[in-house]
Design a binder for this molecule. Structure first.
Ligand SMILES: [Zn+2]
Length: 299
């Protein structure tokens, strides 16, 4: 099962306690795939969803609002061997009542109908994600999105996320508005807002491992750079000493310089500190460095 499916399964089982949030989440399902159908004499309210787990959630939300609500659940198999579930509120009065609950709320943004309470905005977002959202496996990349063709609903989702400080971005993909997040930290926040705590833990674990890997890589690169520098300097010293040997001969040098020259030729990869330890008597790194400079000058 993909990370996206796991996250949705977790969220589909989460039923908000507060009545305001039940209405808010139901209104998201309505915005994405709900219809008030029929005429004045016969009206019913339909919610469509491809996932039976989400259909069950819609049913539970409805029952949380009207205890003995008369509903019908229809399951069809579609061509692609998927399910299409319909949750239908059968009774005209009940259908109109639930519809009016969704419309007569307090909105943060009256025009866009962004839910007023923070708890409800989170619930709305959860419903929107369950309707038409997806999240990439955090081990591969950070990507969260909700896509919708309806411009009004897209604006509502965008503003809802904005009001929760998620700083979403929006783009068009064919006819759909895609509201998305790319930042790992914001994706942690969106999961937290929706209440996907298991998914959040998994994502945090991946983030910790990624961070550690980056840190180790940085250290390794840093060390490699230092080693490269030491080796390059040593190679230059070997070449210069070789030049002295080929022209005047090392034996013509003062004794102290001869020693360092021989030690360097015998230990091309040793650091100056290590050469100092090999000398007899041992000398400090700065002592070796001083003699090495003299050698380079002579060469
Ligand atoms: Zn609420």
């Amino acid at each position: 099962m993909s990370f996206s499916e796991k996250t949705k399964n977790e969220l589909a089982r989460l039923i908000p306690e507060a009545r305001c949030c039940k209405i808010a989440e139901l209104s998201a399902f309505y915005d994405f795939n709900g219809f008030l159908l029929g005429n004045n004499n016969y009206q019913y309210l339909d919610f469509y969803h491809s996932s039976p787990v989400v259909a069950r959630k819609i049913l539970l939300l409805l029952k949380g609002l009207v205890a003995d609500i008369k509903t019908q659940v229809l399951v069809k198999r579609t061509k692609a061997k998927n399910h299409m579930c319909t949750v239908r509120v059968l009774d005209l009065v009940e259908a109109q009542f639930v519809y009016s609950l969704m419309k007569k709320r307090k909105f943060l943004d009256e025009q866009k109908r962004v839910p007023f309470f923070k708890c409800c905005r989170r619930s709305y977002l959860r419903g929107a994600f369950l309707s038409q959202g997806s999240i990439a496996d955090p081990g591969k990349t950070y990507h969260f999105e909700i896509s919708i063709e309806n411009t009004e609903v897209a604006a509502r989702v965008f503003e809802t996320m904005n009001s929760l400080l998620l700083e979403p971005k929006i783009m068009m993909r064919k006819a759909n508005h895609v509201i998305y997040l790319k930042d790992g930290e914001k994706i942690v926040e969106v999961l937290n807002n929706m209440g996907a705590h298991n998914a959040l833990l998994k994502l945090e674990n991946v983030r910790v491992i990624k961070d550690m890997r980056n840190q180790v890589n940085r250290l390794v690169n840093c060390e490699t750079a230092n080693v490269d520098k030491t080796v390059k300097a040593a190679m230059k010293q070997v070449a210069e000493i070789q030049k002295i040997e080929d022209t005047i001969g090392i034996t013509k040098l003062p004794e102290k310089l001869q020693e360092i020259a021989r030690l360097r030729l015998a230990n091309p990869y040793a650091s100056l500190k290590e050469l100092g330890e090999l000398a007899d008597p041992p000398m400090s790194k700065s002592g070796v460095n001083y003699r090495m400079k003299q050698l380079l000058e002579i060469s």
